[in-house]
Design a protein around this ligand. Sequence first.
Ligand SMILES: Cc1cc2nc3c(=O)[nH]c(=O)nc-3n(C[C@H](O)[C@H](O)[C@H](O)COP(=O)(O)OP(=O)(O)OC[C@H]3O[C@@H](n4cnc5c(N)ncnc54)[C@H](O)[C@@H]3O)c2cc1C
Length: 190
Amino acid sequence: MVQVIYLGLLGCRASDTSEVILDNCQIPAGQLLGEAGEGFVNCLEILDGGRISIAALAVGMAQGAFEASVRYAKQRKQFRQAIADFQAIQWKLADMATEIEAAWLLTYRAGVLKNQKKRSTKESSMAKLYASEMSVRVANEAIQILGGYGYVKEYPVEKFYRDAKISTIGEGTSEIQRLVIARQLLKSSF
Ligand SMILES: Cc1cc2nc3c(=O)[nH]c(=O)nc-3n(C[C@H](O)[C@H](O)[C@H](O)COP(=O)(O)OP(=O)(O)OC[C@H]3O[C@@H](n4cnc5c(N)ncnc54)[C@H](O)[C@@H]3O)c2cc1C
C-alpha cells in the first residue's frame, strides 16, 4: 500500500511536502537504484552533495534578508535621520555581511571539493551547519532592523525568517552536522 500525507509548513510553502508511506510494497528488480544492500552508503554519499545545496540555499536567503535590511535602513527615518546612520544598525549590518561571506566561503570550498570528485563529508557538514544557523541569525536581525514592518507580510523579511529555519533541519539537523564534523575530526591525527 502507498499512502501520501500532505504536510502544512511554517515556511517554504511553495515546496509541496508530503510524507510517503510504502507499506508491504514489492518493487520489481528492474526498478532497483544502485546495488541491493548498499542503500545506506549511497544515501550518505548523496548527503555530502545535498548539504552543499542546503548551505547555498541558506546563503541566498540570508543575502536576500540582508539586502532588504540595507534598503529599509537607508529609507526609514527616525529622529530626523536614516536609521542606517545609527551605529547600532550599522553594527548589525556589518555582522550580517561578515557572516554571509564566511558562510559563502565555506560553501564554495565544499563545492570545489565536490567538483573535483574529492571527499567532502566534513566540509559539506561545516558549510551546512554554519550557513543554516547563520541564515536564521541574519533573518532574525533583518526583522529587528525593519522594526514593526519586519513582522508584517508587506515586507519580505518575515518570510526569509520562516524559510531559513528549515535549513537547520533538512538534510540532517544541526546536531547531526556537529556529530558528523566531530567524527571526521577525531579520525585525524594531530
Ligand atoms: C519541509 C521538510 C522537507 C523535508 N524533505 C525531505 C526530503 O526530501 N527527503 C528526506 O529524506 N527527508 C526530508 N525531510 C525530513 C528531514 O530530513 C528530517 O526531518 C530531519 O533530518 C530530522 O529528522 P527527524 O525529523 O526524524 O528528527 P529527529 O531525528 O527525531 O530529531 C529530533 C531532535 O533530536 C535531535 N537528535 C536526533 N538524533 C540525535 C543524536 N544522535 N544526537 C543529538 N541529537 C539528536 C535532532 O537534532 C533534533 O533536534 C524533510 C523535512 C521537512 C520538515
